[in-house]
Design a binder for this molecule. Sequence first.
Ligand code: DC
Length: 213
Amino acid sequence: MIGAGDMLVIAIDGPAASGKGTLARRLADHYGLPHLDTGLTYRAVAHALLIEDLSLDDERLAEQVAEALDLGALDRDRLSEYGVGEAASRVAVMPAVRRVLVEKQRTFASTPPGAVLDGRDIGTVVCPEADVKLYVTASPEARALRRHQDAPEVSYDDVLADIARRDARDMGRTDSPLKPADDAHLLDTTEMDIEAAFQAAKSLIDDRLATRT
Ligand code: DC
């Protein structure tokens, strides 16, 4: 889908359970690009601390874990477990951890032929020069319902409370808070299924590609 030798970087940001991850995977498949779910990098740091029963509040320790992280060895299933996300949003407020992970994420993005990255600060901090930036959102209730359907063992009310807590932490932190980049396209998926979101994103990206040729 992209010309030989061309780079394409697609930055996707948004709050928890907005559908950005599924959208990022579909777009990566479609355009033949590698995909990095940057939330997994924060989750991996938190998970490594949790399984060793180490403190989630020791910034120097979390930074060392981040330095040792291999982006090629992220185990989505284990890292997606309910509870790891909450711990991840705690280590994600630490500037030292962010510095190390952002560096690794930038290396991933700048390797030809480019990549699709999704997270909270991709368009604003990690890849401010991305070719296309999308900010995917949905109402807290719609997001809670999706998470609850994926993990029915957790009640809808608990998921909604968890989402509200994580939104507050992700949007309220001082270092790289979640917010749309000035030049991001907003995609509200509250009333959209994944196919509709994919088609909307694809048409924005195709328009951008058309202006390059
Ligand atoms: O998208 P997720 O739920 O897997 O992300 C887990 C946590 O990691 C989230 O609460 C905030 C943090 N995160 C971040 O601060 N910056 C990113 N680029 C990605 C995730």
